[in-house]
Design a protein around this ligand. Structure first.
Ligand code: PNS
Length: 169
């Protein structure tokens, strides 16, 4: 049987939104196994902790045997090696994404020449969507229905309710 490459879809996913889910769906149509790799960045400005992001996305894919959810730290190409993966999936929304993505793809190729980066385009209606905008809209009380899975929406509401109404003693 021909070798079936394993693909990793890496990102911060803070938070995971429907544009991300659409890329996972597309990747799953090409690769039999897709691993969502959550970067454990320890930046203080992240909204959800790596553990929370892992929990949220794992819950979302709990009934999908073709999608695995893991977090990683350090170099992405090392994570691919650990998982026996050879494909990096990235979503390319617009020309503005190009330079950053191109630099990353070439750096990863330099670090691991056997790894290939595959760019997928999201649905047209999600081209403007980013985690940063979702965070901003949610923080300011805007409606993010349809932009994130329901479970993420509830977590965002909970997070910002707590921030605006801290518990009284
Ligand atoms: O969703 P993001 O935040 O644009 O994802 C960026 C990510 C996680 C793909 C990138 O920061 C990454 O791969 N980080 C791991 C560190 C690494 O391997 N750096 C060198 C490759 S350019």
């Amino acid at each position: 049987m021909a070798h079936q490459p394993v693909a990793v879809y890496p990102g911060s996913f803070d938070p995971f939104h429907v544009g991300h889910a659409a890329i996972v769906d597309r990747a799953s149509q090409i690769f039999p196994r897709v691993i969502v790799g959550i970067l454990k960045n320890t930046g203080k400005d992240s909204l959800f902790s790596p553990e929370e992001r892992l929990e949220i996305i794992s819950e979302y894919y709990k009934d999908n045997g073709a999608v695995e959810v893991r977090s990683f730290s350090g170099l992405l190409v090392n994570f691919l090696d650990e998982r026996n993966a050879s494909i990096i999936i990235r979503g390319m929304r617009a020309v503005s994404d190009f330079e950053y993505e191109f630099q990353m793809a070439l750096m990863n190729r330099r670090l691991a020449p056997h790894v290939e980066t595959v760019f997928l385009t999201p649905k047209e209606e999600y081209t403007y969507l980013s985690s940063r905008l979702v965070r901003e809209v949610a923080a300011l009380g805007g409606d993010v229905t349809g932009l994130v899975p329901d479970q993420v929406k509830h977590r965002l509401e909970e997070r910002y309710r707590k921030a605006t109404h801290p518990p009284t003693r």
